[in-house]
Design a binder for this molecule. Structure first.
Ligand code: ZN
Ligand code: ZN
Length: 277
């Protein structure tokens, strides 16, 4: 069956998000047991409509941390998953700030929405989840939301990891050993490192440390977008020796016998989004 990831959005950071220079709608992941919507930030609903994806198809929603580029469409995505809140179904996973709130961050999901899902769970580094039959390991991040986490998805096509927002260190990277594909948030271009995020040079170091078959870059800040993510990916690839691809909005990563990234397919050609009810 393999594993696929449709990038609803590839933007990240404040300015890309507030101006929607690129969408920040997160990723739809399809595996043998179901569909996950990871980090549904602003733009998720609009982008799902564009590819004729009915949000009722989603089985699990995961929110890595309490920053708006990762959570702000989550409540409406949950309404889609629960057929407008009428059917208690699906799972919601979130870090402590997302579900419970901690310090000045969160909670990000209303009590109403926590109650309409089949189950809501707080996730922490070291947890091993069973997401609709998909084993997912939870990893530590070094981010301005200290509860942020990364994900190691043990798919039937190998380990595909989504490293959510973090600064680079060898210790962070080592957690992802054995990954076949690394999805890395690369907010800034080479030579422009900002705290708690990665630049292209960090992506190259990450790739060299883990040695996956491919790296897919996403979560581009405004300066990165101006500089050209594809050019930055080529530069990172030259430095690491690992195939590196810059994702685009509405592109799909397919992991099967080979690893490829292409234009997102319409999910269901027959499903027409209701235009007026
Ligand atoms: Zn972010
Ligand atoms: Zn963040």
């Amino acid at each position: 069956m393999g594993f696929s990831v449709t990038f609803l959005g590839t933007g990240g950071g404040r300015h890309t998000t507030m101006y929607q220079t690129r969408s920040t709608g997160g990723m739809l992941m399809r595996h043998a047991g179901g569909r996950i919507h990871m980090d549904p930030g602003p733009g998720a609903l609009v982008q799902m409509r564009r590819i004729h994806y009915d949000p009722a198809l989603t089985d699990s929603v995961i929110v890595s941390h309490a920053h708006p580029d990762h959570y702000s469409d989550a409540e409406c995505v949950i309404e889609g998953m629960t057929l407008g809140g009428w059917k208690k179904r699906g799972s919601l996973y979130g870090s402590p700030t997302v579900i419970e709130g901690e310090g000045s961050l969160g909670p990000c999901i209303s009590r109403y929405h926590l109650n309409v899902v089949g189950r809501a769970a707080v996730i922490r580094p070291g947890d091993e989840l069973d997401v609709d039959g998909l084993p997912v390991g939870i990893c530590r991040a070094d981010h301005s939301d200290p509860t942020n986490v990364g994900f190691k998805m043990r798919t039937d096509a190998g380990i595909v990891s989504y490293v959510s927002d973090t600064s680079y260190s060898e210790e962070i990277a080592r957690q992802y050993e054995g990954s076949r594909v690394l999805i890395l948030p690369v907010t800034t271009p080479w030579g422009l490192r900002i705290p708690y995020h990665m630049c292209s040079e960090d992506a190259a170091m990450f790739a060299a440390a883990v040695k996956p078959e491919a790296v897919v870059m996403t979560h581009f800040g405004i300066v990165m977008i101006k500089r050209g993510p594809a050019r930055e990916a080529a530069e990172a690839e030259a430095a690491s020796g690992v195939r590196t691809i810059a994702a685009e909005d509405l592109s799909t990563l397919d992991v099967g016998d080979s690893v490829s990234v292409g234009r997102a397919r319409a999910y269901d050609d027959d499903w027409i989004p209701p235009s007026s009810i």
